[in-house]
Design a binder for this molecule. Structure first.
Ligand SMILES: Cc1cc2nc3c(=O)[nH]c(=O)nc-3n(C[C@H](O)[C@H](O)[C@H](O)COP(=O)(O)OP(=O)(O)OC[C@H]3O[C@@H](n4cnc5c(N)ncnc54)[C@H](O)[C@@H]3O)c2cc1C
Length: 615
């Protein structure tokens, strides 16, 4: 059994080890990896958690104020397309990529014969999200996404690019990017107008058009969508291209090769495109997001012509999960800063974590963090399982259908929670929280993009409908729910399980109703449905974990009731119809279980059964 955590001994959520302090992440990684994988990964995650908690956390604050700058032209008016990064960004890149964050899930890392599953990558980028809440985490996510697309769809022509995207050595590597959005359409990708023509003489495809939001603008492994001659309108007519930053005639422009161009403009070494300007954004400063004009820009076709959108959705699924784990990390960082501040700040004669209202705040932030992280890693586990099956050429239809349902919901819900938690964490710091010297103000600015890129909340809700309509995703969903709830038998969970059962029955009615309603009604209900699925599914998952811990074979060696309290509070907050807002109930969970929930104190299971019986 692990010791509880005394947050009063820290000064802030920096210069600490994020892996060591995030017990929920530890639990989820232990759950989603096999024992052998976890044994291999544990020390590496711990090492990365330390480096991110120290060097990257400091660098992130610095880069936020001294972000990348674009020099579009040189003094003679020639295109330069040069993004100048602070040295701290390169230091972060070396730490994160050379730890194997992307590489280890694509190539067998040192000490293993096989690559790690993508859940390992998601665990590592989660740790990065504690410090780089959306900024530098974005290129890392797109590097993994571009590698996944090439692994799936390239026939070997782009092997050099794949090798560089998955390289561990900083000098040998390149980063990915994903240019979909054009001014006339971000959500409506089918409105893309960029044209692609094959130039026989040059032996390349040539792209012409404008991309309106290009994060990691100078990525060498950029994937872009374009329309070939006579291709149909809409998404069916889109093809995918790899558009290098450098002139592909000269080979892959790795990070090492770029060092040659630090002082003088690369000139002919560049591909023909114009980085018009960088956007002046609210947050995520570390990633340069800009506008790009293609004009006869050299490109490689990736996969099949007119299959680009479908291929891009494979990348999008991973990006959405990356977004979700980073959102969970934002929640985790906001929570950590709040716990530490509340344990140290005195007002009216006591530390503020002694007061009932703050106790409730911290309990509910903790429950939110653990619920979001549990759901997201379950969605990640399912995603990775499907990828493993594909790599092994095995059938994984059921897993695919679950992935289609759970992935958009993971992104949709956690993004909203990240903003809410970052906002409240700002308030917990008091006035300082609103000041740039403290990280909460950046967390809040960074969090605001989470629901926008990779699909807004509305667009994701429509995607949930599609997963239900086209994939009948409710079938595997209900099978999983049934199995989970059947396995929950501990008396300490009776009350919570009864509420979840009732809501699950209502959710099934909602699903049946929508299947019979017209498209407008289904769309009207889809966002509420997505959140409802999140809440019921997460409640089932938390109950399953609580059952395991009460029996003593879950994350805890000895039987422990802490997870039962987490499940109970989550259900109270999101699924229970509480009379008079719970005020008449006399429930004092946040006061009685504060140490268990917030400080990870273990709970004797017998005490919970007695509480329920006494109720
Ligand atoms: C910092 C940042 C970085 C970005 N980086 C990239 C990048 O690297 N690559 C890239 O391709 N894009 C990128 N984007 C663009 C982003 O993906 C789009 O902005 C986003 O998908 C929304 O598209 P849009 O801006 O065209 O808004 P619109 O599609 O016009 O949406 C406007 C609003 O309408 C709603 N809406 C649209 N359609 C419907 C509907 N059918 N039903 C209900 N509501 C609807 C949306 O939910 C949204 O609230 C980035 C954006 C930002 C802010």
């Amino acid at each position: 059994m692990e010791d509880s955590i005394d947050y009063g001994k820290f000064e802030e959520g920096r210069h600490v080890n994020y892996w060591e302090l995030d017990r929920r992440l530890q639990r989820e990684m232990r759950r989603v990896l096999s024992d052998e994988e976890f044994d291999w990964a544990q020390n590496r995650l711990e090492e990365l958690g330390k480096d991110i908690g120290h060097t990257v956390a400091d660098n992130a604050d610095y880069i936020d104020k001294h972000g990348p700058e674009l020099e579009t032209y040189d003094k003679h008016g020639d295109v330069k397309n040069f993004v100048r990064y602070p040295e701290e960004q390169f230091e972060d890149e070396r730490i994160v990529y050379e730890a194997g964050t992307v590489a280890d899930s694509f190539r067998a890392p040192p000490g293993r014969d096989e690559p790690m599953p993508l859940t390992h990558y998601l665990g590592m980028i989660y740790l990065l999200g504690y410090a780089e809440s959306g900024g530098f985490a974005c290129p890392v996510a797109m590097t993994a996404g571009a590698a996944l697309v090439l692994e799936k769809f390239d026939d070997g022509e782009l092997k050099e690019y794949y090798d560089a995207l998955t390289a561990r050595d900083h000098d040998e590597m390149i980063e990915g990017a994903m240019f979909l959005t054009e001014e006339q359409g971000g959500s409506d990708v089918g409105a893309n107008e960029t044209v692609a023509e094959y130039d026989e003489d040059a032996g390349y495809w040539k792209l012409t058009g404008e991309k309106w939001f290009c994060s990691n603008i100078d990525g060498e492994g950029t994937l872009a969508l374009g329309r070939t001659e006579d291709a149909p309108e809409g998404t069916d007519g889109l093809s995918m291209f790899l558009v290098p930053h450098g002139d592909p005639e000269d080979g892959v422009m790795t990070k090492g090769r770029r060092k040659e161009f630090e002082d003088e403009p690369p000139g002919d070494a560049l591909n023909d495109q114009l980085y018009r300007r960088l956007k002046d954004k609210l947050g995520t400063t570390a990633v340069p997001t800009g506008e790009v004009e293609f004009e006869d820009t050299k490109a490689y076709l990736v996969g099949e012509e007119e299959n680009g959108f479908k291929q891009m959705t494979e990348m999008l699924n991973l990006e959405r999960l990356s977004n979700a784990v980073i959102s969970c990390a934002i929640i985790g960082r906001g929570l950590l800063e709040s716990k530490i501040h509340a344990a140290n700040r005195e007002a009216f004669g006591s530390t503020i974590d002694e007061y009932p209202l703050m106790r409730e705040d911290l309990v509910d932030m903790t429950v939110d963090h653990e619920a979001a992280t549990a759901y997201t890693f379950e969605a990640s586990r399912i995603f990775a399982e499907r990828e493993e099956a594909e790599r092994a050429d095995e059938e994984a239809d059921e897993t695919y259908r679950m992935m289609r349902l759970l992935t958009p919901i993971a992104k949709l819900r956690t993004a909203r929670m990240a903003i809410d938690t970052a906002s409240y964490a700002t308030e917990v710091q008091g006035g300082n929280g609103y000041v740039e010297d403290f990280v909460t103000e950046r967390l809040l600015r960074d969090a605001q993009v989470m629901p926008i890129w990779e699909g807004t909340e509305n667009i994701l809700s429509l995607d949930v409908l599609r997963a239900l309509e086209r994939e009948n995703a409710h079938e595997p969903f209900m099978r999983v729910m049934d199995e989970r709830l059947d396995a929950v038998t501990h008396p300490a969970l009776d009350e919570t399980k009864a509420t979840v059962n009732e809501e699950y029955e209502d959710l099934k009615k909602a699903l049946a109703t929508l299947a019979g309603e017209d498209a407008d009604y289904a769309q009207l209900s889809s966002k509420r449905l997505a959140h409802y699925i999140f809440e019921v599914f997460t409640a089932g998952l938390l109950l399953e974990q609580a059952q395991e811990d009460l029996e003593g074979d879950g994350a805890t060696e000895e039987p422990d009731g802490r997870s039962a309290i987490i499940a109970r509070r989550f259900v109270q907050n999101y699924l229970e119809d509480r009379e008079a807002r719970g005020i008449t109930s006399g429930d004092r969970l946040p006061l009685e279980q504060f140490d268990a929930v917030v400080r990870f104190e273990s709970v004797e299971p017998g005490s919970l059964v007695e509480t329920v019986e006494a109720d």
